[in-house]
Write a protein that binds this ligand. Structure first.
Ligand code: NAD
Length: 408
């Protein structure tokens, strides 16, 4: 998917053949075997990956994912998208991504700590605050980042907070980082509502995924007056046309670890959820959710891609023929996370910390700039918002590579 998208953009930008491969291939990748002891005494070896897509503009930046379906190919695609996202928002980073093929829900906290520390140890020659900086993604969280920071710092012999972002605030994390991605998603949805003249007070939203991004996006939209009518997680979904009580749903999730079984709503499958009539549809779980099979049947005015790669290229072709849907493409929609990760890194390097208001104001300013530039280009060139956003990102990396020249 990432390569197909890149080829389309390269054709659109008329990038000469000679420059394409240099932009496309990941610069470096590392695969590691991670042996750990399970709680029952068995030894299990997990596969871990890290891909750094390009190093032209500074260190690489990107999340770390724990999920059974993680592969080197998936990580490479996510790293490439990170490159275009960082360039679109003007951050001095290349893209990276990491992952371990494991099921964190079937592992104890002690096992996850062992696995994270082992992965960090194996990654030491490959990462650093000026080389590659990790952050949470699907299946990882602040605690994962705290273990990584501790393992790296123990190796160095001094404390290195800038080795990861998305850590607890008590360890040099940034205020507003946990909320940044979901907050950014809802800010951009608000801008999209302005653009298509949709009043937020009567709008309805459907959210796939109730993790970090999906839950914060739901809560922030509520503040704008939007009614969230359906939410799902990996086990299934819940629907209430009158609007879900998010606090009561949170209490239910706290008790049962899933949205399924929430008594104040009807059950709904993930497939059904995606085609539920609503004003705003927010896929906030995994890749490839909007496909050729359902793209013609989704019934929303705004598709806000909070997840990375939720729409396949085949579905994109269908969406391009649906002017009724305003798409906020993933590299723009979920960029809030990496923007505040960048703020966290800057604060750690300077050992000087900002208030949450400063963080959020600066975040919205960067997202506003990226939104306006993407919208203007898409209108000027009569292209989709995705092609416009990708064009801006790819072009900046292309220009940087041109300026630096080829070595030797
Ligand atoms: P998370 O692990 O906190 O939550 C993921 C959620 O998706 C969970 O509720 C899980 O149950 C649900 N889910 C998993 N598989 C599903 C399926 N098949 N159907 C429905 N729901 C499913 O992860 P997150 O950090 O919220 O990340 C979500 C998405 O946002 C990912 O695509 C991630 O790459 C992207 N993203 C995250 C950040 C960040 O700051 N965390 C930043 C940018 C992009």
């Amino acid at each position: 998917m990432a390569c197909q998208q890149f080829d389309l953009v390269a054709d659109h930008l008329q990038i000469p053949e000679i420059e394409r491969a240099r932009l496309k291939y990941p610069k470096r990748s590392l695969t590691v075997a991670l042996p750990i002891l399970r709680d029952d005494g068995a030894l299990e070896v997990f596969s871990g990956y890290r891909v750094q897509h390009h190093l032209t503009l500074g260190p690489t930046k990107g999340g770390l994912r724990y999920h059974p379906d993680v592969t080197l190919g998936e990580v490479a695609a996510l790293a490439m998208w990170m490159s275009w996202k960082c360039a679109l928002t003007g951050l001095p980073y290349g893209g990276a991504k990491g992952g371990i093929a494991c099921d964190p829900r079937a592992m104890s906290c002690v096992e996850l700590e062992r696995l994270t520390r082992r992965y960090t140890q194996e990654m030491i020659p490959f990462i650093g605050p000026q080389v590659d900086i990790m952050a949470p993604d699907v299946g990882t969280n602040e605690q994962t980042m705290a273990w990584m920071m501790d393992s790296y710092s123990v190796h160095m012999g001094y404390t290195v907070p800038s080795i990861v972002t998305g850590k607890p605030v008590g360890l040099g994390g940034s205020l507003g980082r946990r909320e940044a991605t979901g907050r950014g998603v809802s800010y951009l949805i608000n801008r999209a509502m302005d653009t298509i003249a949709m009043p937020s007070a009567q709008a309805t939203a459907v959210v796939q995924g109730f993790g970090n991004v999906g839950s914060v996006a739901a809560y922030s939209l509520e503040k704008y007056g939007v009614k969230v009518i359906a939410i799902s997680d990996v086990n299934g979904g819940v629907f209430n046309q009158k609007g879900l009580d998010l606090r009561r749903l949170d209490e239910h999730v706290e008790r049962t670890r899933t949205v399924v079984g929430f008594s104040e709503a009807e059950p709904i499958s993930n497939e059904q959820l995606l085609i539920t009539p609503c004003d705003i549809l927010i896929p906030a779980a995994l890749e490839r959710q909007i496909t050729e099979a359902n793209a013609g049947r989704i019934q929303c005015r705004i598709l806000a891609e909070a997840a990375n790669g939720p729409t396949t290229p085949e579905a994109d072709v269908i969406l391009e023929q649906r002017p009724d849907i305003f798409v906020i493409p993933d590299i723009l929609c979920n960029a809030g996370g990496v923007v505040v990760s960048y703020f966290e890194w800057v604060q750690d390097l300077q050992s000087f910390f900002w208030t949450e208001t400063e963080v959020t104001d600066k975040l919205f300013r960067i997202l506003e700039g990226a939104f306006i530039q993407t919208l203007s280009l898409s209108r000027k060139q009569k292209t989709s918002m995705r092609l416009a956003a990708l064009s801006l990102g790819v072009k900046r990396v292309q220009e940087a590579k041109r300026l630096r020249g080829l070595f030797p």
